[in-house]
Design a protein around this ligand. Structure first.
Ligand SMILES: Cc1cc2nc3c(=O)[nH]c(=O)nc-3n(C[C@H](O)[C@H](O)[C@H](O)COP(=O)(O)O)c2cc1C
Length: 312
């Protein structure tokens, strides 16, 4: 089935980050020919179907040309199937299934990275979601390279293909490697060789030029960016922004969180600092990085940003 992405570079699903406010800002910063699509945070499906209104909340308003896929994580076939059907009704343009989450809660219920130890679980979860989607939207898979080694990446990719995935994202770190700085892109190339469906490479992209470099090195069709996009929202377009523009992005994010999500000041400051820990855009942080990250008062943090952004 045709994939709805508008460009080959995608924003990764990130729990605690890629809710509708953050995605909206990213999609505003990058035109659809630069950022081809984004994903919700993972939506946990236990033994019961999730109602449509919960899924609509994760999806948010569809204001942009680039699609936002809904990511599900679960292992209960009936619940996955019914949730997928509700997601299609909620307007999801694509359904992705998470086989990478390293959290203990996911492992306990055989979801997320637990499936990396049992490829049959990958196949059955994807088949369940595909039954619910009933051909209305594409179903995709997001894998890590393995649980504690990457020897079986081909087998994992083939299981996803057999389950009906229209695209397989391969995060090239294993569960054991968590978010280690070193990444091995040859694992992505091995998945490309193993299956017919397109592969989206993921893991360790740190700059705009890395996007094309990963495609050239691995033969993958698309590239997904996680942490580097937290530090540089313009990584997809490659635009180099000023210090003031970088500060304004963070202020806009703070305003959206507080106005729309009613996030309290401490929570807003926590979100801003989460981005600042990765921040590279506009040379915003210099030798004073430590001071930014240890600023205790939310109002003082915003005042620092306002001073740079040039607001009163
Ligand atoms: C804060 C955070 C939250 C994440 N949440 C999810 C998630 O909800 N679903 C998922 O499939 N992957 C999740 N991931 C993994 C990313 O999607 C991505 O695979 C990973 O960060 C590797 O890409 P990178 O090296 O570009 O960061 C998360 C990563 C981070 C840093």
């Amino acid at each position: 089935m045709r994939l709805p992405f508008t460009a080959p570079w995608l924003l990764a699903p990130m729990e605690g980050v890629t809710e509708p406010c953050y995605r909206e800002l990213l999609l505003e910063c990058n035109p659809p020919e630069a950022l081809g699509g984004a994903f919700t945070e993972f939506v946990r499906v236990l033994d019961r179907a999730l109602p449509r209104r919960v899924l609509e909340k994760h999806l948010g308003p569809a204001r942009f040309a680039a699609p936002v896929g809904l990511q599900l994580m679960g292992a209960h076939p009936k619940a996955l199937e019914a949730t997928a059907a509700a997601a299609v009704e909620a307007g999801a343009p694509l359904l992705d299934v998470n086989f990478g989450c390293p959290a203990k809660g996911a492992l306990k219920s055989c979801a997320g990275s637990a499936a990396l130890r049992d490829p049959a679980l990958i196949e059955s979860a994807l088949q369940a979601v595909a039954r619910g989607a009933a051909g209305a939207v594409p179903v995709t898979a997001k894998l890590r390279a393995g649980y504690d080694h990457a020897d079986d990446i081909e087998q994992l990719a083939r299981a996803a293909e057999a389950g009906g995935a229209a695209l397989i994202t391969v995060h090239c770190r294993t569960r054991l490697e968590h978010y280690a700085a070193h990444t091995d892109w040859t694992r992505i190339a091995r998945a490309v060789e193993a299956v017919e469906v397109p592969i989206c490479g993921n893991g360790g992209v740190s700059s705009h030029t890395d996007l094309e470099a990963m495609r050239a090195a691995t033969g993958c069709a698309l590239v997904m960016v996680g942490q580097a996009a937290l530090g540089n929202p313009w990584i997809f377009s490659g635009e180099r922004v000023s210090r003031a523009r970088a500060a304004r992005f963070l202020l806009d994010y703070a305003a959206l969180l507080s106005d729309r999500r009613r996030t309290r000041p401490q929570g807003v400051a926590g979100r801003i600092k989460q981005l600042l820990r990765h921040w590279t855009a506009g040379d915003l942080l210099g030798a004073d990085r430590f001071d930014w990250l240890h600023e205790k008062q939310p109002t003082a943090l915003l005042a620092r940003l306002e001073k740079i952004a040039g607001r009163p």
